[in-house]
Design a protein around this ligand. Structure first.
Ligand code: 8YV
Length: 322
């Protein structure tokens, strides 16, 4: 029997590409640039399996492009770039890579919290520009984290891992907003306070970190009203999805000093970064580095591969989302 045809839309770490190629007839996107909507639609008719990433928009029109694809094995945990409903309607299974990028993403959330609160980006820019005039008691004072409240919007795997680092490592108090209360053991471990109301959580937090999925339900969740509910000295951290934040409203709040600062790893239309943020000193901007470690990107490939193998062998898919 012919080996299933698999399209990997971006280059993966070599070791996992090799493992995939050993078992399947794989096409790698040699140019490693995002495929166009037309190329993705055409792929629906040419391949059995697509392995896309967050840089591919697999919308309903792409899914209508052909009838051959039976599995979309996403390389990443978030899948708001895939029209899961349209896939399901065509009997196409969709899988993701949960768990393996939790620690790396929580590390980046902490990186952003520390960089924003300790003004590390501002300091580095000043030094590189040759503008550092030397030590003085009031130079670039930031905010300490100990005993400050970290408010997590969403308390799944990555939210909890971020809370653990902040609480055990930096002495922060933990509060969270979620659809339901967390496991009592986790709540006890972290002394985590549950807020069923987002506005109340925002008003109680010194640092707000976003950990909800992207997509329609959370689009612009953090807009003018939410930013107005935050404490004037608070920081906003986003490692989840850019669309959760209204960036024009955020830029205005940062410019007017209504919040102290922000740290962002994700943007609504990557790789574009909202222009109004680029000139602001009190925002740290990273280029979607959440899962960017060699170990994690390899583990993500292995996880996607496990789903492709299960599909090929007619086994239940370990990480099916639709
Ligand atoms: C991934 C992410 O690197 O997994 C996710 O949802 O946001 C990232 O950290 C990216 O999605 C790769 O597809």
């Amino acid at each position: 029997m012919a080996r299933p045809r698999v399209l990997v839309t971006r280059r993966w770490p070599e070791a996992v590409e090799r493992q995939l190629a050993e078992r399947f007839d794989v096409t790698f996107n040699e140019a490693d640039r995002p495929l166009s909507q037309a190329e993705l639609a055409a792929a629906m008719a040419e391949y059995d399996v697509l392995c896309p990433t967050v840089s591919d928009r697999i919308d309903a029109e792409v899914i209508r492009g052909g009838d051959r694809v039976k599995l979309i094995a996403n390389y990443g945990v978030g899948f708001d770039h895939i029209a899961v409903g349209a896939a399901k309607a065509k009997g196409i299974a969709v899988t993701n890579t949960p768990g393996v990028l939790t620690d790396a993403t929580a590390d980046i959330a902490l990186t952003l919290i520390l960089m924003a609160a300790r003004r590390a980006g501002e300091g580095e820019r000043e030094l590189r520009a040759g503008a550092w005039s030397g030590w003085r008691p009031t130079h670039l004072l930031g905010s300490s984290l100990k005993d400050k409240v970290l408010g997590l919007v969403g308390f799944g795997r990555i939210g909890i891992a971020t809370a653990r680092r902040a609480h055990h490592g930096f002495g922060m108090k933990i509060a969270y907003y979620a659809r339901r209360e967390t496991d009592p053991e986790i709540a006890r471990e972290l002394g985590a306070e549950f807020y069923p109301d987002l506005t109340a959580l925002l008003g109680a937090s010194d640092v707000v970190s976003l950990h909800v999925p992207g997509g329609g339900e959370t689009e612009n969740l953090i807009g003018d009203a939410a930013l107005a509910a935050m404490k004037p000295g608070a920081y906003l951290i986003n490692t989840a999805r850019g669309g959760i934040v209204d960036h024009a409203a955020l830029a205005a709040a940062l410019r007017e000093g209504r919040i102290a600062g922000a740290g962002l790893d994700v943007y609504p239309a990557e790789p574009q970064v909202p222009q109004e943020l680029l000139g602001l000193e009190n925002v740290v901007l990273l280029p979607h580095l959440g899962s960017a470690t060699r170990e994690t990107r390899t583990a993500m490939g292995e996880r996607a591969l496990a789903n492709v193998i299960a599909w090929a062998e007619g086994e239940p898919l370990p990480d099916r989302v639709a």
